[in-house]
Design a protein around this ligand. Structure first.
Ligand code: SIN
Length: 500
């Protein structure tokens, strides 16, 4: 089967749907996806500035969480365009929680200097954002296809001109003038993640194979509080930071506060700080988890605000209201990704990237809580606007297939990445990871794992969510971004940076 459209969007989370919605009036669009990705699982909310001075503060909080490594122009785009995008989402029918006076209810999460996070269904924000966007996209008549992307089409001149997808047991060839990757992060390249299992970095591998470059791949964010279910692999239930925003605190096995004295914002310090403190406590105590104690928060508030968390807790027989619950960090978000400009254009002509798969520089070395849904809304619209103004030229002549391939040993790759490139890294472990990955083939998971490992090996300092125990301080000589490309053998490589 061969189809031709103006734009193929791969992925149907917040970023993909926002892109499709923005294009629907002017371009023929096909949304291709194998599942809905991480968006419906997002709990905490959408962080969005309000009032005249808050964009500045929101930008400052974003940059502080990002360890000063954010691109200030991109951050400005996020915080200044965000309020309008959220207002449009509400106009499309998204039902955010409101106070008795009808104003939006706003909460606090780690790294925020004031409560600016809007939420829906208590802690079911992602599901509501997704529902509203999907309904809006369906009203436009944009076409969708359920299927797994197995390759890209490239013209003789190197332009990306379409997609190959497996759908209903058949191979579909979709020719397009632009392909937008909105494939989310790399969660399941790790053993335990808050992402659903199809999310494993296929977009990253596709982009590399199509000639694009990656940046900041060492900045992999671990959420401090995934529910410790006893499972060591697969998707773990999230316990939103907003629980700490409402007053819950982290405790060790002896009941002592973990974050006391470690950071001025204590339990609401940026995510990387809290996740590392938990990891250090677990290592010290030889335990598999710490405790999140919400027993001093009003029970009716917990029940109203956190129905999703309460339901996850009930499934493992614990009760957020009356007892501390077991939590541990799990992979959550890729702050780097496919290098793009502020309109989603990658280094590969015809190929765009948006949302978690993209690296616009907005997250720096560590994403601020609840900035990800906002990123999808803001940059999805920007990609759509750019492709409305100018669509790349149609491909002429023959096209070549750039295939994603298959991994022979996915579980071994996940184990290697989790062991050596998790919250804590050092040269010896990263070299061991590279050695062990040498025989892992060139499948998508192996490509993603190598990309993280080469980037983490190259950056010999610590900042944001990249923590090198052998280089524990931020060193201004490493202020450059680490860029990853494929070498002649098709393996991810990075130019070895020289400290300046
Ligand atoms: C959370 O609710 O804690 C997660 C939200 C996010 O990833 O920003």
């Amino acid at each position: 089967m061969t189809r031709t459209v103006d734009v193929v969007v791969i992925g149907s989370g917040v970023a993909g749907l926002s892109t499709a919605l923005g294009l629907a009036a002017t371009r023929s669009v096909l949304v291709l996806s194998a599942g809905d990705g991480s968006t419906p699982w997002a709990q905490g909310g959408v962080s969005v500035a309000y009032g005249e001075d808050d964009p500045l503060d929101h930008g400052r909080d974003t940059d502080i969480a990002g360890a000063g490594f954010c691109d200030p122009r991109t951050v400005r785009v996020l915080v200044e365009e965000g309020p309008q995008r959220v207002a449009e989402l509400i106009a499309h029918g998204a039902r955010f929680d409101r106070n008795a006076d009808g104003s939006l209810s706003r909460t606090l999460e780690g790294g925020h200097s004031r409560p600016r996070i809007v939420h829906a269904g208590g802690d079911a924000t992602g599901a509501e954002v997704h529902r509203a966007l999907l309904a809006a996209v369906r009203r436009t008549g944009v076409e969708s296809m359920t299927g797994r992307t197995v390759g890209l089409l490239r013209s003789d001149s190197g332009r990306v001109v379409g997609v190959l997808a497996e759908t209903g047991g058949r191979l579909a060839r979709i020719e397009a003038r632009a392909v937008v990757l909105a494939t989310g992060g790399i969660g399941n390249a790790y053993l335990a993640s808050t992402n659903p299992s199809p999310v494993r970095g296929d977009g990253i591998a596709l982009a590399l194979r199509a000639g694009a470059s990656l940046v900041d791949m060492e900045f992999v964010q671990f959420h401090p509080t995934a529910l410790h279910t006893g499972e060591t692999s697969g998707q773990l239930p999230l316990v939103t930071e907003a629980v700490r925003g409402e007053g819950a605190v982290l405790r060790d096995a002896q009941g002592r506060r973990i974050m006391d004295g470690l950071h001025p914002r204590a339990d609401l310090a940026p995510r990387d700080v809290v996740a590392r403190a938990i990891e250090a406590t677990m290592r010290r105590d030889g335990s598999e988890h710490v405790w999140l104690d919400a027993t001093r928060v009003a029970p009716d508030l917990l029940r109203r605000r956190f129905p999703t968390v309460l339901a996850s807790c009930a499934r493992i027989g614990v009760d957020l209201v009356s007892e501390p619950i077991p939590v541990a960090p799990a992979e959550h978000f890729l702050c780097g990704g496919v290098r793009t400009d502020r309109n989603g254009a990658t280094d590969a002509p015809g190929l765009y990237a948006v949302g978690e798969v993209a690296a616009t520089g907005v997250h720096g070395a560590n994403r601020l809580a609840s900035n990800s849904l906002l990123e999808g809304l803001v940059f999805g619209r920007r990609v759509a606007t750019a492709l409305t103004v100018e669509l790349p030229p149609a491909g002429h002549g023959r096209s070549h297939e750039v295939m994603l391939g298959e991994d022979r040993e996915p579980e071994r790759i996940r184990t290697i990445l989790s062991r050596y490139a998790g919250l804590r890294r050092d040269a010896a472990g990263l070299h061991a990871a590279a050695d062990e990955l040498a025989t892992a083939g060139t499948g998508p998971l192996a490509t993603v794992a190598r990309s993280v490992v080469v980037a983490a090996t190259t950056r010999q300092d610590s900042r944001g969510c990249h923590w090198r125990s052998d280089h524990p301080h931020t060193d201004d000589r490493w202020n450059e971004h680490v860029v990853v490309r494929l070498d002649e053998e098709g393996l991810p490589t990075t130019r070895e940076l020289q400290p300046s």
